[in-house]
Design a protein around this ligand. Sequence first.
Ligand code: UDP
Length: 423
Amino acid sequence: MTECVLAHRRSLSEYISIVGEECIQELRELAKPLRGARVLHLNATAAGGGVAETLKALVPLMCDLELNAEWCILHGADEFYKVTKTMHNGLQGMPVRLKSHMKETWLKYNSLNADLLNSNGTYDFVVVHDPQPAGVLRLLRQRNGHRNPGIWIWRCHLDLSTPRPGIWRFLKPYVDIYDAAIFTKRQYFPKDFRVPRCFEVPPGIDPLSIKNRLLDNGEVHNILLRYGVDPGRPFIFKVSRFDPWKDFCGVIDIYDLLRKEFPEVQLVLAGGGAGDDPEAWSWYQRTAAHAQGKGDIHILWGQNGVGSPELNAFQQAASVVVQKSIREGFGLVVAEALWKGCPVVASDVGGIALQIIHRETGYLVRSVNEWVEAITYLLRDSEAAGRLGSAGRRLVQEKFLITRYLGDYLRIFQTLSTEVKNA
Ligand code: UDP
């Protein structure tokens, strides 16, 4: 059996106060024909990163709608995660190669997990997240001599717009045989993909999670003090996994330019790793070394990420939240900050551009000058910052909550099962 993640119970009724009765009723109607359906979400880690974050809410909410939803994680080890991180980097365009022993390692663990899955029984819908477990479907078919029952969906969270050709060529035969795929943006659909149905669906955040509930000021104040951050002075905040795409060092350079004009401003950087990410600690060390001598910088590290109450407090209290990324499939951290009404300045890349309407819900920037100008403007003009923050919160309310994401999954399940019945 694959290892199942025990999800906390969630009730959709609790969301009425946020999204309204009508929205919840619509979800219940959408779910009616799917009641009792066995659904499996399979991914690489239960902790750290955006996929685990969304599954924590999505799976219990599917169960609350009486789908029989489970969340299982891959059985892996360091040698496998090293390979999958190289694949991840290459699929997002980094010039890396998969050597033959790396391909063998990927196949070995996918094969082992295919075996484990075989004893789970069958599902009506299997959603396989990202490239790490993507090989299980084909390996199951080879093992069992027939196509596994159920509808299989590959949910890719990466920015696949510029993959290294060699890595995509390796992965493609394993993902081409899925019944459908979901990407965060249409621009990520691979041009030579043979999957019959591709859906464009960005994820959403859980407004009721500990990370996103409104904290009272006393709690926020105490958390800041606990981490040595002065609540009486402004600070710029960034949170991400420590990873080559998240450009923490670039944020430090921008801060270094700003502190001449704003000597009182602090910089708080928070992050950690994920169960399947072997690179995080070395990127944390590089960041810490880069911060030396560059002012009032606080760096928070958590093995599987810094905790939710802490992130919540920092996002709530920050003068400006920044998300400087080189690639970003979606960037849940942006939605999380917008939801708290915090003004956000972020790189104009990938999924961030879905969330930030330039000068309306935040600032989308490309050059160092634009970074410095946008943050300077927001530090000087707190009213403008407040207006931006309110517009950001409204956008998340409208488009990027978990309830919308849940509805999209239900619609996709319905569409695909109707197509299978009519085939
Ligand atoms: N996160 C966290 N602690 C950390 C760093 C990140 O809880 O120290 C969470 C963050 O709040 C967000 C998710 O991990 O919910 C990261 O998702 P995102 O889409 O921004 O990036 P990914 O890690 O998936 O590339």
